[in-house]
Design a protein around this ligand. Structure first.
Ligand SMILES: [Zn+2]
Length: 327
């Protein structure tokens, strides 16, 4: 009894000194009900790195604009979002075709996804990038070629490993605007990772997306087996950050103004989550509930079904600049 009351007093003291904010934040951070999987290993830039990349991006766009001085460029062209400043005019639905090279990596009998499963995965990404009625994107993905390679080392290759470098150097096809997808089983419960448009020039051979084969539609990676791991990773490949990039306390965040700030990844499908609400100043600056239904969060596949207009504009802005992906 005495021990219990001591514990309670200690707990109360902790709460008073740290405030209820810290306790509730910790609850949010630990709310991952699906901890057996790691959603994404795409490398997060620090806020400082993101800022530097943004400066380089804006500079490159300014350079590209200089010589031609396109007529009619000074008009409106509001795209309803974007990362501040003038946004690009986003082309219509399905006007940009992305060629896909799908590399199936196997180890013995493991990982041999069928052509039918690949077709289903293609259907899922085209549905996602086709829109859900409240948004559309210009992107259509067309399967150009499927390759099949048995290699035990590549099958379990994680991010930034020698095996990953070898796999991509051997199999990758096309140029900056071609999407190379590798299905494998990278281990550590990892669902996937991608490279950004900004990193293409520095490492063209490493460009592409790796996904856990069981994350494909009908796979075993419940609740991440409806194919939206690839949808999410393609978002990175087109230039999008996670919706929680920079958390609540940043100035740049994900460089998209219409995705509310989010302290940390959301798991499951936590309707009503508002992880930055306790930070009054930020709430005023970035009002709104966490974008748990957004493809660039960490929620279950069944929970995510949207991109914001600002994200679509941002994706087009980056992938047209760095991947020459235009109609
Ligand atoms: Zn990610």
């Amino acid at each position: 009894m005495r021990l219990l009351s001591t514990l309670l007093i200690t707990l109360l003291a902790l709460l008073t000194t740290q405030g209820s904010l810290a306790a509730s934040d910790r609850a949010i951070e630990n709310a991952n009900s699906n901890a057996k999987f790691l959603r994404c290993a795409t490398e997060h830039p620090s806020p400082r790195e993101a800022k530097a990349l943004e400066a380089q991006f804006q500079w490159r766009k300014a350079q590209a604009k200089k010589p031609s001085g396109k007529p009619g460029n000074g008009g409106g062209g509001d795209t309803g979002g974007g990362g501040g400043g003038e946004g690009p005019t986003v082309p219509g639905p399905g006007t940009i075709v992305v060629n896909v090279y799908f590399h199936v990596i196997t180890s013995g009998n493991a990982g041999a996804v069928s052509d039918a499963e690949i077709a289903e995965q293609m259907f899922v990404i085209n549905a996602a990038y086709g829109g859900n009625g409240s948004y559309t994107t210009p992107y259509t993905f067309v399967l150009n070629q499927v390759t099949r390679t048995e290699n035990a080392n590549w099958y379990t290759a994680g991010p930034n490993t020698t095996a990953e470098v070898q796999m991509k150097a051997t199999l990758r096809k096309g140029d900056a605007g071609d999407l190379n997808i590798y299905s494998s089983s990278p281990g550590d419960a990892l669902l996937g990772w991608a490279t950004f448009p900004t990193s293409y020039a520095g490492n063209p051979a490493g460009d592409g997306v790796v996904i856990l084969n069981e994350s494909m539609p009908g796979g075993d990676a419940t609740p991440y087996n409806l194919g939206d791991t690839l949808t999410h990773e393609i978002g990175h490949w087109l230039g999008l950050y996670h919706t929680f990039q920079g958390g609540c306390s940043n100035t740049g965040g994900d460089y998209v103004t219409d995705t509310p700030a989010e302290r940390s990844p959301a798991y499951g499908c936590p309707v009503g989550r508002d992880s930055c609400s306790r930070i009054k100043r930020r709430t005023e600056q970035y009002p709104g509930l966490d974008p748990i239904n957004n493809f660039m969060d960490y929620t279950d596949d069944s929970c995510m079904d949207e991109l914001s207009a600002g994200q679509v504009a941002r994706a087009f802005d980056l992938s047209s600049t760095y991947r020459a992906l235009t109609p």
